[in-house]
Design a protein around this ligand. Structure first.
Ligand SMILES: C[S@@+](CC[C@H](N)C(=O)[O-])C[C@H]1O[C@@H](n2cnc3c(N)ncnc32)[C@H](O)[C@@H]1O
Length: 260
């Protein structure tokens, strides 16, 4: 199946905030309930240890992604303070508020919109992208990697979406998942109930963007060719797929660790 650079509605500036936040809040709550990134947590931990990371810049954070689960576990394993900055082109600072309440000194939303293609000079740290690498064209992804290399920072990209028939089939179930997961979404918003159950635009948006996400996901071979275009970086690159016992499709990963 060829990769298609289609358009996701949530990426468009005209997408109503309520609908975009409805989808990213759903994703974040689903991550907290199902912990689908668990199989790659040890890989991220190992990378953070090798880089001696004390600060993480999460790009394209959406509703906070897997951090409700990841942050406490990584913090405990690393045994030193870990600062986490959540960032997005369309920040949703209400998202991940439970995590920020638990770790007010260590977890924060970057107050300004952050374009992953032009992250601010500060803060600097290990860059992470969860299920957002597919938003970018190959040359844009190359630019994101190059920026991390230029700053001498580690970078890790993990994708739950997968360009395959089983993944596309599973995407068809997403609207049902939105209906099931919405009662657990926080903060409580009446508008969320309206746009999920009365006028179900959030489930439909999640379905459309979910299918497009699968169709534009990268496979390991494509990621390797993007890394090859960076030239000699002296980074240690790990690229592949990790089979998950929690889902029918594997998780794709790309991890770049700078030389010591
Ligand atoms: C599928 S969501 C993933 C959210 C989260 N990382 C997760 O795992 O649930 C993709 C996110 O990428 C953001 N995004 C899209 N283009 C971006 C860009 N150029 N810079 C920063 N964020 C971007 C969107 O606003 C959206 O929140």
């Amino acid at each position: 199946m060829h990769r298609l650079q289609l358009i996701e509605i949530e990426d468009q500036s005209w997408c109503p905030v309520t609908l975009r936040d409805g989808v990213t809040d759903f994703l974040c709550t689903a991550m907290a309930l199902a912990d689908p990134y668990a199989p790659v947590r040890p890989m991220l931990l190992e990378a953070l240890k090798r880089c001696g990371t004390r600060q993480i810049i999460d790009l394209c954070s959406g509703g906070g992604g897997p951090w409700q689960r990841f942050y406490p576990a990584l913090q405990q394993d690393l045994k030193h303070p870990l600062q986490l900055w959540l960032t997005d082109l369309y920040p949703n600072p209400q998202a991940g508020s439970e995590l920020q309440r638990q770790y007010p000194q260590q977890v924060s939303w970057w107050p300004e919109p952050v374009d992953a293609l032009e992250p601010p000079e500060q803060p600097q740290g290990f860059y992470t992208l969860f299920t957002s690498g597919h938003h970018f064209r190959p040359e844009e992804l190359e630019r994101i990697l190059q920026q991390a290399v230029d700053k001498g920072q580690g970078i890790a990209l993990f994708e739950l979406t997968h360009r395959s028939l089983p993944a596309l089939f599973l995407s068809l179930l997403v609207p049902l998942l939105v209906l099931a997961v919405t009662p657990f979404c926080r903060p409580f918003r009446l508008s969320r109930l309206f746009w999920v159950y009365l006028v179900p635009l959030v489930p439909l948006l999640a379905l459309f963007d979910g299918i497009v996400s699968c169709l534009r996901s990268y496979n390991p071979e494509e990621l390797r060719s993007i890394v090859a275009r960076l030239g000699e970086t002296h980074y240690h690159w790990q690229i592949g797929e990790k089979t998950s016992d929690r889902g029918l499709t594997p998780l794709t990963y790309l991890i770049g660790i700078p030389p010591n």
